[in-house]
Design a protein around this ligand. Sequence first.
Ligand code: ZN
Length: 309
Amino acid sequence: MKLNKTILASLSVLTVAISSVTPTDAFVGRLGSHSIGTIKRWQQVVVRNGGRLSRHGAKGAHTVSRLNSKGMRLIAGRHKRGKTLKAAKRIAKGPSSPSYFWSAPTTIDSLLSEQTKSMIGQEFRNGSSEQYSPASLMQANVFANCPLHGGVFKRRETVKNIILHSTETAREADAQRVILSWNNKGLRHAGAQFVVDRDGVIYCTADPTYGTTHVDNRRTKRGINNDNSIGIEIVRTGKQEYSAEQMQSVVCLVRYLQERFKVADNHILGHGQVQPSDRSDPVNFNWQTFTTDKELLTRTAYSKRNNDG
Ligand SMILES: [Zn+2]
């Protein structure tokens, strides 16, 4: 009886901890459906990350990890007795949920010379860098590196959508602060693959071949979800206007991702368009200017390609 109470207490704490970001039932479902092997792999990931969990100092991270291992042991015990297997299966109901990682693996193909780096940067700004992987763009300093800790998962669908957001923080905050606030929330938390700062610097938090949670899958329209979309957060709040540098970076970034992942024009959308029930960002975003500028960049890329080829 006491054990059962502990189980229930653990699960309800977990539910509260996670519900603000992702479907609650999905997370509880993971607990129920997890094999010991999966849990061990999690632990290994944590160990490989140099025990980042505890270094984090984040309350959320601690809670989740402790509860995960506790939940695991409890579920394992239940399985052994067989009697409560049904209960474990019942918990496993709900939308399937991805396995979250502490970080997306980064691949470094080769070291780039300074000359190559500057050439890649130029091609990115000219709208013709799609032949380079996101990792190469990171190496070339086109993207600044500020990785997510947690909140990353392996995609189960191909990328079809690019979703624009604005951060709309309670107070003015730069990109790194926004990413830090995500990272303080344990293994499962919100985050977008890119955050474009006020000065136009593009932070890449995770290789976009991996998924992150930037929309609420339960509320999105048109089959759009985190598995098939890339999220771009633009730093803005209150009465701030998008800076010219930001707009330019967003245009170049969308152009790159669109070409790299073969995303159709009508699949470049705002969070408010795909999740209108509770979102309206990017707030005050000028889609007309964005579209015009992106078309201009596309023309630049084509004419350059024709001249070169
Ligand atoms: Zn949003």
